[in-house]
Design a protein around this ligand. Structure first.
Ligand SMILES: C[S@@+](CC[C@H](N)C(=O)[O-])C[C@H]1O[C@@H](n2cnc3c(N)ncnc32)[C@H](O)[C@@H]1O
Length: 397
């Protein structure tokens, strides 16, 4: 595929988050995306040719949030492999690519659980929130990178720590940073062929503590980047101590399952139920599967594992019980939009009489939201920090 020029800046493209939410006015890119694209544009100006890789080389983009980098590079004619842990990123990317009029872009979408092969000409890294996810990915990509690979990272100043730079340095080779521009920074790195970094330590497994309700003493498995990957989150622990035991529940969903501890507890508490684990993170769903299989050998218990946006795509009135510890941010931005989507999705997916159980920080005000949506909401348990709430789907919608 021939390159046609410098990549357009995000402001020159039509970019939105996924799913689009008219209530939210959050942009689908930030100054760090822009800085990286300006840098590539500058290379293109100074060399008289595009700063993008040679036509035969692919650009690997890791950590793109809403597809701004990928869309811009594709618009410049580059061949792009995007590697992402996020279903929402992948959907946003597809939407943004088509919204900007590209009908047949050279785009390969890989998730973090897919195998990678090839020899990328460039590796562009939008620094992810999770250092573990970054380290794990750099370790896995390193065998495919050579001394000629252009490696550039980008992130907001607040996201690039000494540990971030050390990860590049330890795993890939010599690393330096740019000056900050509009609170964003670039990271330049070169492969040191003599370095032999240790293989990725992930996934990590640990034993759940004795006060973790039905899952006490069970093994939980975490792939890099999964929520609360090396210890039990205190909100989750509180939830585990107060989960319902519903012997009549045929279908239970662990919504936003992370490493799957909540769904595992539900499976143990309701031996006849089928449990579905859902998360928008590929690493999370892989973790939930591994956690589940550490207790129930594969095929011995009915369970499903789905990567997706909340309960989108679930059949209406097909679920008896939804268990949910909602996220309160989406790709770094604090928002209650995801929780709201999870609650509305639950109302549609629950059968009449079915229940949504939620744990959350008291100050997040989920109680009012659930009451508005379901017409009822009980506080099942509370401590100074957390509440466990229950809302019942009363009638047909
Ligand atoms: C607070 S964590 C809870 C994880 C796990 N249930 C626990 O209690 O340890 C929230 C989870 O929701 C997931 N998540 C965020 N947005 C989502 C979405 N739109 N659809 C499904 N899962 C989502 C995150 O990846 C994360 O694993």
């Amino acid at each position: 595929m021939a390159l046609t020029g410098a990549p357009p800046l995000p402001g020159e493209l039509e970019l939105t988050r996924f799913p689009e939410d008219p209530r939210e006015r959050l942009r689908a890119w930030d100054a760090s995306d822009e800085y990286l694209l300006r840098h590539l544009e500058g290379l293109s100006g100074s060399s008289g040719s595009s700063g993008l890789p040679a036509p035969s080389g692919r650009t690997v983009v890791f950590g793109d949030r809403w597809g701004a980098l990928t869309t811009s590079l594709l618009a410049a004619g580059a061949a792009v492999t995007q590697i992402s842990d996020s279903f929402l990123t992948q959907q946003a990317t597809l939407l943004n690519v088509s919204r900007n009029g590209m009908t047949d872009p050279d785009l390969e979408l890989l998730s973090t659980v897919d195998d990678f092969s090839g020899r990328p000409a460039s590796l562009l890294v939008r620094v992810p929130k999770s250092l573990a996810l970054l380290e794990d990915r750099l370790r896995r990509l390193r065998p495919f990178l050579g001394t000629g690979t252009r490696i550039v990272g980008t992130g907001m100043v607040t996201e690039i720590h000494t540990s971030t730079l050390q990860a590049f340095e330890r795993i890939l080779g010599p690393t330096r940073t740019s000056l900050a521009v509009r609170k964003a920074r670039l990271i330049f790195c070169e492969i040191d062929p003599a370095l032999a970094p240790a293989p990725s330590p992930w996934p990590l497994a640990y034993r759940l503590p004795e006060d973790a309700g039905l899952v006490a003493g069970r093994t939980v498995v975490n792939h890099a980047g999964t929520f609360s990957a090396d210890h039990l989150d205190i909100g989750t622990r509180f939830f585990l101590q107060h989960l319902p035991r519903r012997s009549d529940a045929a279908h239970i969903v662990d919504l936003g399952c992370g490493n799957g501890v909540v769904g595992l507890a539900a499976a143990l508490g309701s031996p006849e139920a089928s449990v579905t684990f859902v998360d928008e993170s590929y690493q999370a769903v892989a973790s939930a599967r591994a956690t589940f299989e550490a207790t129930f050998a594969a095929g011995t218990r009915d369970a499903a594992f789905r990567v997706g946006d909340g309960l989108a795509g679930f059949e209406r009135e097909s679920v008896d019980l939804v268990l949910n510890n909602p996220p309160f941010h989406a790709h770094q931005a604090t928002t209650d939009a995801v929780a709201w989507r999870m609650f509305t999705g639950s109302r549609a997916a629950l059968r009449p009489g079915g229940e949504l159980w939620v744990v959350g920080n008291r100050h997040l005000g989920y109680h009012a939201k659930l009451k508005r949506l379901f017409g009822n909401c009980d506080v099942v348990a509370g401590n100074p920090k957390f509440v466990v709430l229950r809302a019942r789907r009363r009638s047909r919608l």
